[in-house]
Design a protein around this ligand. Sequence first.
Ligand SMILES: Nc1nc2c(ncn2[C@@H]2O[C@H](COP(=O)(O)OP(=O)(O)OP(=O)(O)O)[C@@H](O)[C@H]2O)c(=O)[nH]1
Ligand SMILES: [Mg+2]
Length: 355
Amino acid sequence: MIDLKQYGYIEAETPPIGLIPGRVTELQREQYTVITEQGEVTAVLKGAFYHTAVTREDFPCVGDFVFLQYNENGASRIAKLLPRRSKFSRADYSGHAVGYVKTILEQVVATNFDYVFIVSSLNWDFKVSRIIRYLTQARQSSSQPVVILTKADLAPDFSAPLAEVQKAAPDVPVHAVSSHTGSGLDGLSEYLQPGKTVVLLGMSGVGKSSLLNVLMNQEVMTVKAIREGDSRGRHTTTHRQLFMLPSGAMVIDTPGMRELGLFGADDGISAGFNDVEELFTQCRFNDCRHQTEPGCAVLTALADGSLAPEHWERYLVQKRENKFVEDKSGDLVDKQAWQKSIAMRHKGKKGGYKK
Ligand SMILES: Nc1nc2c(ncn2[C@@H]2O[C@H](COP(=O)(O)OP(=O)(O)OP(=O)(O)O)[C@@H](O)[C@H]2O)c(=O)[nH]1
Ligand SMILES: [Mg+2]
């Protein structure tokens, strides 16, 4: 028998008769792998999910705790999604895929983790603004963000990028590590405690799976060299998966993202830019637009150097983007249409499932 508590399970409600608890460790297409007290099982969703889910957010995802009907001889059936302690979402702009153009949906990337490792390479394409975007979304997730700068072996002196991140996000721990030489990995042990879950997020090719492999002491995920010409990743990892480390902590590896679209990130923006929003309270006019108004605290702070122009610019960009997404995602009619379309799709596929 596996003790699910080691997988972070807390029994908040007793499972109904006939159902057992489990944690989703892998999702490939519509096929789930779930760890239960009976061991690892494959599972599909009960049809009810397709008919009652209002948004995609209601579907189980890697990291989720669920109740399922255990089936010894075939696929088990996930019957209920349990409340999430934390989740990392992004905007999914592929609304047209369901036939209703321009609805931006929430895509939940991972759930029930304690730390978000924002993974970025010291080797190439190092951009603080990208790290700050991930930070905004991570601050929204109800977990602690940590910035991991990888491939330290390729950057003989990484003090400048390290300092740059620390300056832009003074409240967030930053670690420079190398999966090849092992340098800096000791510093991660404070997060990798038994029962804790970490999710690895970042662009393709930054070394997320390499970090996972070295923490696992074995190659559990395929790693591929980045492209020679432009140092881009090859999108090697194509699905999300949760692993139990020898240390007793869990790591969720994810496919590299091309770009991270903010979703519902108002609180995350406020948390990362509270210094900026604090200035707003000092403007002479309540409805100050911080453009040309007299007595504007933002303009004063920009002029005297106490507010860095790039910090202000990032704030504006994120606010604008978040507002755009909110306007495009709030339309319930479109959500209902989406719901209908997946119910139809499920109906069409039903024959494919083993009963
Ligand atoms: N020099 C050096 N190379 C590294 C390090 N970590 C990863 N790499 C290399 O970077 C390349 C990409 O590594 P992956 O681990 O596949 O990157 P990933 O982030 O998982 O990429 P996706 O799965 O596509 O999202 C491989 O060639 C790795 O060998 C490191 O610490 N040092
Ligand atoms: Mg990978």
